[in-house]
Design a protein around this ligand. Structure first.
Ligand SMILES: C[S@@+](CC[C@H](N)C(=O)[O-])C[C@H]1O[C@@H](n2cnc3c(N)ncnc32)[C@H](O)[C@@H]1O
Length: 361
């Protein structure tokens, strides 16, 4: 694809997964042109700005993305004083990409309504003499002027415009995805420590899945990781378990009749009822932070877990683990049996955590 060709898009990704998402998009979509990466727009979101020539619908099946937008307007250097609001309105009314955004969105978001409805969501980072709601109103007004027949609504709009303003940099997207993109399915039951499916997907991908996999999440919570593994491709067996019977129950409900063969069991991840060397990949979101009592308890738990998982893992196996306590993890890995291949810092629900790629030695 030549530079500047195709439609311009914005994707929301979890901070830390920007490069992973870029690679993943290239693998699945082929030719994309990455224009900018805006890291940590806020604690939970980074922005990827890229161009893609294929059908916008193809973007909605990308498991690494939280949300996808067609670029509707952009302007660098929005003044932080009152003049900023006029600049924002002008950026919308004079946007050269607004019509291509509508073209990208129309086949995806059409619902029968006599008049096109729209709403505006504004996210603002940085210091300005105006408020977030002023930014929202400025964009609402500019769109109202541009499309006089459109109707502004509070909810359930055909077109949702998301405004990102960071350090005077204005990026406006017309939302193509809906909540099902990041939550996967509307009816998934979550537990307080449930992982974002996009993070679970990244961890599963980093485990380099192959059809021969006997895949294990020994502390599966609501089953997010097991579900992502089941979705990405073939495997020999899926195994999941949790010490909490309520979590086992939730996982079974979230999985439903999908994914055979699969076993979801109640167990203690420090004493697994599995043979030595019987597993090819362990992917797990370890308890950390307030999920489990004191740092001392975490320090005792991690080495016990790693020793047991080393036992069940095949010599050529892979482990991908998410944990928040770096020192506890370094200490546990230092007890032996593992080589640290890579550490990937990510933000998980606004808190810093690390994805560890380990291999048995
Ligand atoms: C961070 S949560 C996992 C969340 C999961 N990835 C999800 O998306 O729902 C950690 C889980 O470890 C479980 N757990 C804690 N100690 C355990 C143990 N000794 N054996 C097995 N599971 C344990 C907890 O019950 C909790 O469900």
């Amino acid at each position: 694809m030549a530079r500047g060709e195709g439609t311009a898009y914005i994707a929301h990704v979890v901070p830390g997964l920007e490069e992973f998402a870029e690679r993943d998009l290239r693998t699945h979509l082929g030719d994309i042109e990455m224009e900018r990466v805006l890291r940590r727009f806020d604690e939970r979101t980074s922005l990827l700005l890229f161009r893609f020539r294929g059908a916008s619908r193809a973007l909605l099946t990308q498991r690494s993305l939280e949300d996808v937008f067609a670029l509707a307007a952009a302007s660098p250097g929005v003044p932080p004083d009152r003049k900023g609001l006029a600049a924002i309105r002008a950026a919308i009314t004079g946007s050269p990409v607004l019509s291509s955004a509508l073209t990208a969105a129309s086949p995806l978001r059409v619902r029968k309504a006599r008049r096109v409805t729209y709403r505006v969501i504004a996210r603002v980072a940085g210091k300005y003499s105006y408020r977030r709601v002023d930014v929202q109103r400025a964009v609402e007004r500019a769109l109202g002027e541009t499309f006089p027949t459109w109707r502004l609504v509070e909810d359930d709009a055909q077109f949702e415009f998301w405004v990102h303003l960071v350090g005077g940099d204005l990026i406006v997207g017309l939302r193509l995805s809906d909540i099902t993109m990041r939550q996967r399915i509307g009816e998934r039951v979550t537990l307080p420590a449930s992982l974002k499916p996009t993070v679970a997907y990244a961890m599963v991908s980093l485990s380099r899945p192959v059809p021969e996999d006997v895949f294990l999440d020994p502390m599966c919570g609501s089953g997010t990781i097991v579900i992502e593994r089941g979705e990405v491709g073939r495997y020999r067996l899926l195994l999941g378990g949790d010490v909490d019977p309520a979590a086992v129950d939730v996982t079974r409900r979230n999985i439903g009749p999908r994914f055979k063969p699969i076993e979801i069991r109640q167990w203690d991840a420090r004493r697994l009822p599995l043979d030595a060397g019987s597993v090819s990949a362990v992917v797990c979101n370890l308890p950390f932070g307030k999920q489990i009592g004191t740092p001392g308890e975490i320090r005792a738990l991690y080495p016990a877990l790693l020793t047991e998982w080393r036992r069940v893992l095949d010599a050529a196996g892979r482990a991908v683990l998410l944990a928040g306590d770096r020192a506890a993890m370094a200490w546990a890995v230092g007890q032996g049996g593992w080589a640290m291949e890579r550490r990937l810092p990510v933000m998980v629900r606004g808190f810093p955590a690390t994805i560890y790629q380990l291999r048995p030695v």
